[in-house]
Design a protein around this ligand. Structure first.
Ligand code: ZN
Length: 247
């Protein structure tokens, strides 16, 4: 089974379409690690598209905030403004949809999905100590997480942890990681809609469990078109400029 692994789409329909076009014909089952909405200008378009693809999804903190969940962690003022804007835009059926999204961990075949860490959906996993719990506890040898918007992750074998850093050269499409038997992996596909690893291209992964290969993809998209829609929607300026820098 080949899985298309999406995360942190953040209501960016142009980036999502570019990713889906690049991945076409290369996967059988799609999953998403949360933050479908928040920040971007296209919440209904993104939800309509993902729902039509029958994507297995868990919620992220921005989905919680946009659905009015009182347990949503305190967002910074700019993210809070974007969450309020998103909530107003959502059609009733899409608001209901994000309200009933399950929290991770979610098992889908040979993959485990979480938004933040394995233990806490709101925790950021930046460092090996933060990754250890998920690497040890997850029921599958490959677990995908989101939330940091940084493509890459961690591997663990015989009490030895390694940080996995990937660079996809311009025009290359993807960088491949081979899954070694006996090693456990906690991997982030990167963010579709608001990358933060200094590469503004949309990020996602394709996990081929049969052949033991994970492809980490980067795909350029029309950032200016998204920025223009954000200007028209009067979304906060810092959210608009950061897309061009991937920060
Ligand atoms: Zn996010």
């Amino acid at each position: 089974m080949r899985f298309l692994v999406l995360s942190d789409v953040h209501a960016n329909a142009t980036a999502l379409e570019a990713a889906l076009a690049a991945a076409q014909g290369r996967w059988e089952r799609a999953v998403c690690l949360g933050d479908l909405v928040g920040y971007g200008p296209d919440p209904n378009e993104v939800l309509d598209r993902l729902r039509a693809l029958d994507v297995a999804m868990i919620r992220g903190n921005h989905d919680k905030a946009a659905s009015g969940d009182p347990s949503a962690e305190d967002l910074n003022p700019i993210a809070f403004l974007a969450a309020q804007w998103t909530r107003k835009q959502l059609r009733p059926e899409n608001r209901e949809f994000i309200e009933q999204l399950p929290r991770g961990p979610l098992r889908v075949g040979e993959l485990t999905l979480v938004h933040g860490s394995y233990q806490d959906e709101d925790e950021y996993v930046f460092s090996p100590p933060q990754a250890l719990g998920g690497l040890v506890s997850s029921p599958t040898n490959v677990t995908f997480f989101g939330h940091t918007h940084i493509q890459g992750g961690f591997s663990y074998r015989d009490d030895d942890m390694e940080v996995i850093q990937l660079r996809v050269p311009a025009g290359a499409g993807f960088a491949a990681l081979r899954i070694e038997p006996g090693t456990r992996y906690l991997l982030n596909p990167g963010s579709i809609g608001q990358p933060r690893d200094s590469d503004p291209r949309a990020a996602f992964a394709i996990a081929d469990r049969e052949h033991g290969v994970i492809e980490f993809w980067r795909v350029p998209y029309d950032i200016l078109a998204v920025q223009q829609r954000m200007v028209n929607a009067d979304l906060p300026a810092p959210l608009i400029t950061r897309l061009a820098f991937g920060r």
